[in-house]
Design a protein around this ligand. Structure first.
Ligand SMILES: Nc1ncnc2c1ncn2[C@@H]1O[C@H](COP(=O)(O)OP(=O)(O)OP(=O)(O)O)[C@@H](O)[C@H]1O
Length: 249
């Protein structure tokens, strides 16, 4: 940017606009993931680094400079799954998103039917945080989502009915997965393990986790460590559309 020229040219404005868009899109890609907290830490670290530079604190500045180099590589290694998911999302064809929309309808339909029959179910829908590490605790499937398929997975006595199903962009990634149980902090203590597994996973990731209670035949949704009240079919569809299709688009 040519500051000496005094006024901002059209090129500078485009430049600023593009950088602002990049920063915003970058933030959108990581918002709701554990990377946001790390980003805050990085900003604080950079603040200290800048301050040590301004105040000319040579030793501190040297140490922070060294730590930054190592830290950059550490961040790439630690956030490799998130980076891969973000890049994958950038390059994901639109057809794949349409598939995701149709899959939501199928999941909602399966939820209603299982609730009618009081078949217990637990379904996690991946958003920005990759759920691969939880999928690894179950049986890998990589199959297209459909209402009968989801119902078959949770049918009583079906081999994979125990545990949770993980859905990623219109496909069932794995079934019979073990989700982290919500800690016993009191609020959700009275709930059984299926509901606490839903809350637990939604606490650690940004996934939308759906539960059908075998006991009550109710449908609920866990998000960001909170469990919704009972949802009817219309409410469930609405919530899924806004949380998975619109927010994640
Ligand atoms: N950590 C876990 N991860 C995934 N699924 C789990 C986990 N713990 C329990 N489940 C599932 O929950 C089932 C047990 O549900 P439980 O009756 O304890 O819970 P609940 O919340 O009372 O649900 P419901 O209302 O359906 O009875 C197990 O059979 C298993 O399928």
């Amino acid at each position: 940017m040519n500051w000496s020229a005094g006024a901002l040219g059209a090129k500078d404005l485009i430049d600023i606009l593009l950088v602002a868009t990049l920063i915003y899109q970058g933030y959108q890609l990581i918002s709701g993931t554990r990377a946001v907290n790390v980003l805050r830490g990085v900003v604080i670290f950079l603040g200290f680094w800048l301050l040590s530079n301004l105040l000319d604190l040579t030793t501190l500045n040297y140490l922070l400079g060294r730590a930054a180099t190592v830290g950059l590589f550490a961040l790439i290694v630690v956030f490799q799954p998130e980076l891969r998911a973000a890049l994958e999302r950038l390059g994901r064809p639109r057809s794949r998103e349409r598939e995701g929309g149709a899959a939501l309808q199928d999941i909602a339909r399966a939820m209603e039917r299982m609730a009618e029959r009081k078949t217990g179910a637990l379904i996690a829908i991946e958003r920005r945080t990759p759920l691969g590490e939880y999928a690894q605790t179950g049986v890998p499937l990589d199959a297209r989502v459909s209402t009968p398929f989801i119902e078959a997975l949770f049918a009583r006595n079906a081999p994979l009915h125990d545990g949770g199903v993980i859905v990623q962009g219109g496909r069932v990634l794995a079934a019979a997965c073990l989700f982290p149980l919500q800690g016993s902090d009191g609020t959700y203590r009275r709930y059984g393990t299926r509901h606490r597994a839903a809350i637990g996973l939604s606490e650690l990731t940004d996934a939308v986790v759906l539960v059908v209670s075998e006991e009550r035949g109710s449908m609920r949704l866990a998000l960001q460590g909170r469990l919704s009240p009972d949802l009817n079919a219309t409410e469930l569809r609405e919530r899924l559309r806004e949380l998975v299709f619109e927010e994640n688009a």
